[in-house]
Write a protein that binds this ligand. Structure first.
Ligand code: PLP
Length: 395
């Protein structure tokens, strides 16, 4: 650009973050589009379809003319449905005026952060963390203080390490359970302890629970259930992962009513209400999902068990079984310089695309993330190729 026109600090910060973490995935997609046989294990977009019944309900809703402005907080029926689900999950009352609807969890996180943080304010976040957080925290201008998860103890969160990272400048502790990328679930007693610790110091505790429905050996405990008091607690959730509805863009926050009132001032100003027929779809999906949830969980568990069984025996790879979520983290340091070198060479030699771990944080530079977004027969073909590759490196 030739003029003296300038952009906001937010855009300057976002432009400064250059990362090659998606290069391998982008290359894989281009080769796939060109007709090559590529196994895509680098995305977090579930391969499962939106239920036919939800699609039919949405079409009906469209035909009924549900194509107009919606209340800023969300449609009453959807707020009530989510409040009931949250009340059941947390064993604590939850009223519709504690819930706010956004176009996706990403937007929910951004909006909530914009209400809690000013440029330069400190947020404590365990890492490895979801890649998408970088952009949100950069846009806000938050000063991120990362706490490493215990990489060799299945990415356990050490409450004392979190407390040590919290300072008098901390305004928010941001947690994600079950976690992306490592599928780690934070124990209820740790959640309770941190909630109380933060409350005593006037620190918000925001918890991203978008993988709450995808758990394997034990069920998710929400921060709302674990915490003794909810004054400082905000939950983020959405339909992208639980209902394989990434493209519908539907997420929500749950916070005390007085907090939600403030969050609404911001979200209604910048969103002005979410799409009516998508909210109808969300209400329908949430009310009619029991069978779907069970089969979805079974399907991911079958995939996780299969992938874990295969990967842990491959020469040079180390892998721990994730407790939830849609991914497996694999330590490749015995046979590659780092995750990027491994992922890049694996794509070149075998046509399998995985994501380098460095995008999630410094602790996982020597890892790659493998998505469970293919059925077992497809996973088998992809993992056969990963095995051939590891054998060639060890030969
Ligand atoms: C931990 C986590 N939070 C939020 C999101 C974004 O969810 P949404 O599609 O609702 O914006 C993702 C997507 O991968 C995620 O992994």
């Amino acid at each position: 650009m030739t003029t003296g026109l300038t952009f906001s600090k937010s855009i300057q910060r976002l432009s400064q973050r250059s990362s090659n973490v998606w290069d391998i995935h982008d290359k894989a997609c281009a080769r796939l589009d060109a007709g090559e046989e590529i196994h895509l294990l680098s995305v977090g977009d579930p391969d499962l379809a939106t239920l036919d019944s939800t699609i039919n309900h949405t079409i009906e809703s469209l035909r009924k003319g549900r194509t107009h402005y919606s209340p800023g907080a969300g449609e009453a029926e959807l707020l009530k449905t989510i409040a009931e689900i949250e009340a059941k999950a947390s064993q604590k009352p939850c009223s519709p005026d504690e819930v706010l609807i956004y176009p996706g969890a990403t937007h929910a996180i951004y909006s909530v952060m914009a209400c809690l943080l000013d440029d330069g304010d400190e947020i404590v976040v365990p890492e490895p963390m979801y890649i998408g957080y970088h952009g949100i925290f950069d846009a806000i201008g938050a000063k991120v203080v990362n706490v490493p998860l215990e990489v060799h103890d299945n990415f356990n969160l050490d409450a004392d390490a979190v407390k040590a990272a919290i300072s008098e400048n901390t305004k928010v502790l941001f947690l994600n359970t079950p976690g992306n990328p490592a599928g780690n679930m934070i124990a209820p007693e740790v959640l309770a302890d941190l909630a109380q610790y933060c409350l005593e110091r006037n620190i918000w505790l925001v918890c991203d629970e978008v993988y709450s429905m995808i758990t394997y050996d034990k069920r998710h405990t929400s921060i709302r259930r674990a915490a003794a008091k909810l004054d400082n607690i905000i939950i983020i959730d959405g339909l992208s992962k639980s209902h394989a509805m990434t493209g519908w863009r539907l997420g929500w926050s749950v916070a005390p009513a007085a907090v939600t009132e403030k969050l609404l001032q911001f979200s209604s100003s910048i969103i002005f209400g979410c799409c009516q027929f998508i909210q109808d779809a969300a209400t329908f999906a949430l009310k009619n999902d029991e069978e779907y949830m069970n089969s979805m969980r079974e399907e991911y568990k079958t995939r996780r068990d299969y992938a874990y069984k295969r990967l842990k025996t491959m020469p040079g790879l180390k892998c721990q079984a994730p407790q939830g979520g849609m991914f497996l983290m694999v330590d490749v340091t015995d046979i590659a310089a780092d995750g990027f070198a491994f992922a890049s060479d694996l794509l070149d030699k075998q046509g399998v695309s995985v994501l380098p771990g460095e995008g999630f944080g410094p602790s996982t530079k020597g890892f790659v993330r493998i998505s469970l977004t293919l059925g077992v027969s497809e996973l088998e073909k992809a993992l056969d190729k990963v095995e051939q590759y590891t054998l060639s490196l060890n030969a």
